[in-house]
Design a protein around this ligand. Sequence first.
Ligand SMILES: C[S@@+](CC[C@H](N)C(=O)[O-])C[C@H]1O[C@@H](n2cnc3c(N)ncnc32)[C@H](O)[C@@H]1O
Length: 305
Amino acid sequence: MNLLPREIPHIIVPPIKCQGIKTKLVPFIAANICWDGCGRWIEPFLGSGVVAFNVQPERALLNDSNPHIITLYQQIHQGKITPRRVSEHLTHEGGELLAKGEEHYYFIRERFNRSSDPLDFLFLNRSCFNGVMRFNRKGQFNTPFCRKPDRFRKALVTKIANQVADVTRVMHNKKWEFRVGDWRECLRDVDRADFAYLDPPYIARHADYFDAWSEQDSIDLAHVAHSLQAGYALSMWKQNKYRVNAYVDAQWGNDVQRTIKHFYHVGSTEDLRNEMEEVLIVKPSHQVLGYPISENKTLQLTMAE
Ligand SMILES: C[S@@+](CC[C@H](N)C(=O)[O-])C[C@H]1O[C@@H](n2cnc3c(N)ncnc32)[C@H](O)[C@@H]1O
């Protein structure tokens, strides 16, 4: 029996947040890929890991250029970071944050930039401004504070510890390999039975240290994917009211496209909602036949806690 397609009735939400996180799109992704699960699930752009944590393959190769994401998940996988340690760390540092205010956030940020402690990374990831991680040219975390000294209330600490427990359970006894590196290196190591899920960053002019992505990267990725013996699927934005993503048809015109629309908020009121169409591009041999999706479903996308 195939591992995918499959319904995901209850989404596992990971402890890490990142830009372009696919929490709300996981059911759509899992419903539109056909894969038997015999090889490895490969993600060169792991991010929060939400797709892998919900697909739950027996074997996986999970890669990101951001070493802090990979170290955190590696240590959870190895049992070095437990829900209890997470809870104790966030309760203690959250208490200091409440007492001292933003001074303590910047103290942790400085400490993290010296020591790369994965628990400090989690603290910063969950208390930085707008939940958007940024690293400067020297690879140092430089997002400012979210300005909520009471950020780590008991309910949030419990929620994050439970998210760590969930991903620990999913990874338990599974052969998941984590790697830090460039996507090109990761995709060199792909076999016919594997499946590569590709979720690169958006093309941006202002490059972040671990997250720079250019037009040339986009072109190269399409080229490498098309030369893979394995199955692949790629997530991308397709269009909104103002723009069409020319790369979708130019680079992926011979693949299968499944689309879904969602709204995202740019402000507080209803009329400040923008509609965006997302596309899942799938290798024709791995498409789900007779499946009634493209959906015109509208999803509300916010950073899920
Ligand atoms: C759009 S995010 C992935 C989101 C993920 N699918 C999720 O749902 O959370 C893109 C990820 O690619 C990583 N990345 C950026 N450039 C990379 C590169 N050259 N090689 C590998 N990973 C890269 C970023 O650090 C980021 O975590």
